[in-house]
Design a protein around this ligand. Structure first.
Ligand SMILES: [Zn+2]
Length: 357
């Protein structure tokens, strides 16, 4: 039932209206941050269309059909070739494709086209999810166009992405776009507490730093996150307060040791959120908007050393680096350069002499 999903009430009513009018589009594009429930919403459509004892227009969640739709049969190992085909649920009419590596494959799209042209085996509708649809390249996108154009009326294809701008206009124009909003910190905090996923204080921090993504709030490894945040706070202190370049270089080094790209990106996200907090405090904004509220004393100290322009410059430099990371430049030289240009962006109030080790 849609009611059991957290947030995005507007999308819920939109989907209910589509179901009531029996006008669920054959091609839909769900956009919005990772981890806000796009996949779960898409599965609710699959349940609603195939449920054996529907509640109004929605799936009951309890009947064998609904239960089977909820269970994906993911391949057992990361190397399995099965990642290259449709990953079916226990229900013969509902499946999903994911990018086996960096791109979604032409063969995967052809398989979707073929399967979409069959009539449903056991239910009333076939539903196919394409996860991370921004990983379609030109060839795989083109392979998908025909079936998106006119899917059989018993088949529905749902593309999911957090980066809609990466998709070709020809894909956009064939899909009905449904935008998901980030969840509010309160919605996330409630979900964590109700499902006993975190205790009070931790739930509050997790909810505030998750930037609207329930998935992020749940999955983020909390201890690891706090460590990264401490490291990034040191970067900001070195930038704003002490002009300590040795510390900066050391932090750049640590960031380069990040085990994988996600962790590296998390560090940038965290640094950005700390800068934004200190910036808001420097502009005398009310404390409630501060994301890292448990660090208020440290942030306030940093904010005393900031004018309006330095943080703005830092944030645009971080954003530039993020764009460069998408085209995969050398991470190490990029970080060194980032931290040092950030330090040089404008002279801090007092500047110690740089003494090499
Ligand atoms: Zn059901």
């Amino acid at each position: 039932m849609l009611d059991q999903l957290t947030g995005n009430e507007r999308v819920k009513s939109l989907l209910r209206r589509m179901l009531e009018k029996r006008r669920v589009p054959g091609a839909m594009l769900f956009t919005g941050e990772d981890g806000i429930g796009k996949k779960l919403f898409a599965l609710e459509i699959a349940k609603a269309l195939n449920c054996r004892s529907p509640q109004g227009v929605e799936g009951c969640g309890q009947c064998p059909a609904c239960k089977r739709i909820a269970k994906f049969n993911f391949p057992q190992s990361a190397e399995s070739e099965d990642w290259k085909s449709i990953i079916w649920t226990d229900h013969a009419d509902v499946g999903m494709v994911v990018a086996p590596k960096r791109v979604l494959l032409v063969d995967q799209m052809r398989q979707i086209e073929r399967e979409a042209n069959y009539r449903p085996y056991e239910g009333k509708a076939r539903v196919f999810l394409i996860d991370d649809a921004d990983k379609l390249n030109d060839s795989s996108a083109n392979a998908l166009l025909k079936v998106l154009e006119e899917p059989p009326h018993t088949s529905h294809i749902v593309l999911l992405t957090s980066r809609p701008s990466m998709l070709l206009p020809t894909i956009h124009s064939r899909c009905q776009m449904i935008r998901f909003s980030p969840l509010s910190p309160a919605e996330i905090e409630n979900h964590l507490l109700q499902n006993k996923l975190a205790g009070g204080g931790e739930a509050r921090i997790r909810a505030r730093v998750a930037r609207g993504s329930l998935g992020r709030a749940i999955e983020s490894e909390f201890e690891g996150y706090l460590e990264m945040r401490t490291a990034m706070l040191r970067v900001l202190q070195a930038l704003a307060v002490s002009d300590d370049r040795i510390q900066l270089l050391r932090s750049a080094e640590e960031s380069n040791d990040a085990r994988h790209k996600d962790e590296y990106e998390s560090r940038l996200d965290i640094l950005e959120s700390l800068i934004r907090d200190a910036w808001m405090l420097a502009l005398q904004a009310p404390d409630e908007g501060v994301v890292n509220e448990d660090l208020l004393p440290q942030l306030r100290k940093i904010s005393e050393r900031l004018d309006g322009q330095r943080p703005a410059g830092w944030i645009s430099q971080i954003e530039e680096l993020r764009e460069q990371l998408i085209v995969n430049i050398n991470r190490k030289s990029a970080t060194d350069a980032l931290f040092l240009t950030m330090a040089a962006a404008a002279p801090p109030l007092q500047r110690k002499r740089f003494v090499p080790k």
